[in-house]
Ligand binder design. Sequence first.
Ligand SMILES: Cc1cc2nc3c(=O)[nH]c(=O)nc-3n(C[C@H](O)[C@H](O)[C@H](O)COP(=O)(O)OP(=O)(O)OC[C@H]3O[C@@H](n4cnc5c(N)ncnc54)[C@H](O)[C@@H]3O)c2cc1C
Length: 381
Amino acid sequence: MTATEVAGTTRENGGRERARVVVLGGGYGGQLAAQSLARRTDATVTLVNDGDRFVQRVRLHQLASGQPVDTPRFTDLLDGTGVRFVDDRVTGLDLAAHRVTLRDGEALDYDVLVYALGSHTAVPEHAHDVSTPAGATRLAERLHDGTCRRVAVVGGGLTGLETATEIAETFPRLTTTLVTDGALGADLSGRGAAHVRRVCARLGLRLLEHASVTAVHPDGLTLADGTEERADVVVWTAGFAVTDLAARAGLAVDPRGRILVEETLRSASHPDVVAIGDGAAAVATSGDVVRMACATAMPAAQHGARTVAALLAGREPRPWRFRYAIRCVSLGRRDGLVQLVHADDRPRDLVLTGRVAARVKEAICVNALRVQTHPRIPTSA
Ligand SMILES: Cc1cc2nc3c(=O)[nH]c(=O)nc-3n(C[C@H](O)[C@H](O)[C@H](O)COP(=O)(O)OP(=O)(O)OC[C@H]3O[C@@H](n4cnc5c(N)ncnc54)[C@H](O)[C@@H]3O)c2cc1C
């Protein structure tokens, strides 16, 4: 389908003057896309999310440690934009009929669909998680109930590292162990990895590296070599997963269920669907699929909105050109790591550490919320 066909479809469809854009998912990607679309187009924009508050997902490890995290209402974020907000759960997509079905309410018809349903962690039984507010709140309650002595955080990626250091700093009396199947900081520069190790040592965080978890029990976990690791609380951070909604609907997806997109971020199989954020297999200028990250979801949202605006105006949309610049990791509230990276995300031998890095990371989190109501602020290099 060409840009002209999308624009033409809208005008022919019942003589309506305004195109209908429906945005699914109000995370860092979807909320920002809805805001950008309201400013860029005269379409009616509807944002659907299963919950009436915006979740600062990049702060859920803070929530899990008992810190208050602001959750603004969508109606406040969207005030004055003209975007209609629907608090409901998307249960299905009829791509031929251009219709979204919802759990509780009416079906929504669209001319262009923006898919931004994000990701979650597939958590084994007996484990906690920090990928949703409900999971993070449950973990906070458990950590504060006074009966917990040993915590094991599984997953040596950025989320695992941020979660383990946050817990170790907040609960110095607990024995916190970070379990990873590789070497901690393997994808950081030598300086970056060395700093992370220094901070873990300072916080008294135990490291179990090259340890693959095969089972989680109510009182701990089993490793591939048969070792039993005792823990009162296991936090699972290994790997984000996506809903099977896109695959079930018939959209072309990759083996992880993420929507395959062309370089304009239009679905490879259904060009009237634009997919952004963790639920899309968008490709960076390096040729690799981008990391599931707020740092990639927001630039994709801004570009996705440009693509939709072009389609509705009958213009051919432009390709998304995404290059990495930095990776930012919190290591508790008083330390952090800013790892400078090449355009293809390979680490450079340049890092910021300590309180300065913690301040940079905090500023980035503040900005990630601020941009949600100021969608013209650039979010990529
Ligand atoms: C603890 C933690 C720390 C992180 N730290 C960083 C970091 O420092 N830097 C970074 O770049 N990334 C970080 N991330 C990753 C980042 O949060 C995600 O990659 C980012 O949120 C993806 O944005 P998104 O818009 O694609 O999806 P999400 O933010 O996940 O938003 C998806 C939205 O869709 C809603 N939704 C899902 N299914 C449905 C449905 N069926 N119907 C209706 N609504 C639905 C969800 O409720 C949610 O509001 C972190 C993640 C976690 C968990």
